[in-house]
Design a protein around this ligand. Structure first.
Ligand code: AMP
Ligand code: MG
Length: 400
């Protein structure tokens, strides 16, 4: 049995990111990974512009101690510009976003001035460069806007559009094959006989993989039959990754591990974590193989903590540390076992306070405990007792 940290390291070390890339429409790029860094083709904003509705003036024309009256020579709504420089004693009416005319170096808010006909009177106390957004304040021309390996979010797509870009270079989408195993497992819709369970793993994992933005190859459900299992696994062996559930512990019918050992390679299969001790990590054909435990909670916890970071690396994404922080615990909790524990928890917020509670009974088949959870409470190896007000480490549950 290896430690959780060691398992995480080995999984990541064994992954070489995909390298194929293609230009994709920015509108199709949400959640995808940049294959090259994007540089600003021009400064953003590309000209000094007004941050306020008001009057553009020459600072040197303004008296320090008293009011100054200037002549309004032009009206500049956003989108229009003055091609001649501002002369001595002149002002322009200017709207937010309009380019600052040459010679203008101060914008006075319209609320501060008095306007009469084509004259505007400016109170003393103005500041040079006031209310002017300088060109390049957002991005300098040629600067790195988004780094290679960045997974694109909505603001990133907006940023790319603000640069006038319509396509971006992205790593290709991963193909991930998914297979459920077990004689007792049946598909939802069929009548349930005693001793049978519905296949929840494939639906849950399909959701997780969809949130990650990979292409899912659904290999369906197969019983604990060596020949059928081997054939189905073979179908998934040319995917980038192959995820199975069930058949990796030490029962008589746990064939997944055996077939992996014969036809591919097992790198490790026992991890000192709870839930999720039995797993099988290795290679089958060109696929990275993740044999998850059959228990629904175990499968998803292993997915979140070990498989998802691996898939992100495989996608070419910059691998970030897990989103963990320390929070006060409410309730009472005891564990005796020696493995690293991921208790399903719920972070609650009231006002500006946050704390975490357990979601209740933690059996690895109790899927409702994970459905209610938004975080995993990480309890160190060895016995732990938690009481109200103790501080714990949590990891936020996020599938995307
Ligand atoms: P196994 O890892 O094959 O020993 O399965 C462990 C437990 O998980 C058993 O109680 C199975 O019935 C259950 N299980 C296995 N596969 C699934 C599945 N696809 N959906 C829901 N439960 C499952
Ligand atoms: Mg089984």
């Amino acid at each position: 049995m290896i430690s959780f940290e060691e398992a995480g390291r080995r999984v990541l070390d064994g992954i070489t990111p995909v390298s194929e890339s293609a230009e994709v429409a920015v509108t199709e790029a949400l959640g995808r990974v940049l294959a090259h860094s994007i540089l600003a083709p021009f400064a953003v904003p590309n000209h000094d512009n007004s941050a306020m509705d008001g009057y553009g003036v020459r600072f040197q024309d303004l008296a320090h101690e008293e009011k100054t009256t200037l002549t309004v020579v032009a009206d500049l709504p956003a989108g229009s510009r003055l091609s001649t420089p501002l002369g001595q004693g002149e002002a322009v009416r200017i709207m937010t976003g309009a380019p600052i005319p040459e010679g203008c170096d101060c914008v006075v808010m319209q609320e501060e001035v008095e306007r009469q006909g084509n004259l505007v009177t400016i109170p003393p106390g103005q500041k040079s460069r006031a209310h002017i957004r300088p060109a390049g304040e957002d991005l300098a021309q040629g600067s790195v806007v988004l780094e290679r390996g960045r997974r694109l979010g909505p603001a990133d797509l907006g940023l790319l559009a603000s640069l006038g870009l319509t396509t971006v270079p992205l790593f290709r989408r991963l193909r991930v094959a998914l297979l459920s195993t077990g004689n007792e497992v049946i598909v939802p819709g069929d009548p349930l006989a005693p001793g049978q369970v519905y296949d929840s793993n494939r639906t849950a994992l399909r959701g997780a993989l969809t949130a990650l933005g990979v292409e899912v190859i659904d290999l369906g459900l197969v019983g604990d039959d060596r020949r059928e299992l081997a054939a189905r696994l073979d179908e998934g062996s040319d995917a980038d990754a192959l995820i199975t559930t069930g058949g990796v512990s030490v029962g008589d019918h746990d064939l997944v591990k055996e077939i992996l050992a014969e036809s591919g390679a097992i790198h490790f299969w026992k991890v000192a974590m709870k839930p999720g001790k039995p797993q099988a990590y290795g290679r089958l054909g060109r696929a990275h193989f993740f044999g998850l435990p059959g228990n629904p909670v175990s499968g998803l916890v292993v997915y979140l903590t070990l498989v998802k970071p691996a898939l992100l690396k495989l996608m070419g994404a910059i691998v970030e540390p897990p989103r963990r922080c320390r929070l006060p615990f409410r309730g009472h909790l005891r564990k005796k076992h020696g493995r690293l524990d991921f208790t399903r928890g719920r972070v609650l917020f009231a006002g500006e306070e946050a704390w975490v509670e357990s979601t209740g009974p933690q059996g690895s088949g109790i899927l409702s405990s994970l459905s209610r959870a938004n975080a995993l409470i990480i309890l160190p190896e060895g016995p732990v007792e938690l009481n109200d007000g103790d501080t714990v480490t949590i990891q936020w549950i996020d599938y995307d």
